[in-house]
Write a protein that binds this ligand. Sequence first.
Ligand code: SF4
Length: 134
Amino acid sequence: MSRVILEKYGGDLTWIIDSPLDEARKALLELPGVGEKTADVILVNLGKPTFPVDTHITRISIRLGIAKSRNYREIQRAWMSILTPDPNRYLEVHLKLIQFGRDVCKARSPRCDVCGFKDVCNYYMSNVKTKTAQ
Ligand code: SF4
């Protein structure tokens, strides 16, 4: 990646800061090893209006029913349509969802008993609530 940045951009990627989102994203995605999540993490930290989706956010989105598939763009669009269109808000919610996924909506054993989303969560309604009612 360093070689590509040196050869293609003279070692300087600071122009990305002032570039339009799509242009900056395209340039980042062309770098070896940079996928959609990494590109969006860089961009939202630079104040660009994008919402990075990681494995925690994917899992939470599907459990809550915000997204129907693991498709990156679908999940990203879903959150961006819910949230105030503000890069700071996107970054804040992105980070809080990751923490929520680590602490509460864990991959193996989600702590639904302490979760405030129980009443609106598809996973809870169809897996946990149904079983505890039996
Ligand atoms: S109720 Fe359970 S599955 Fe639903 S968001 Fe909360 S912890 Fe995750």
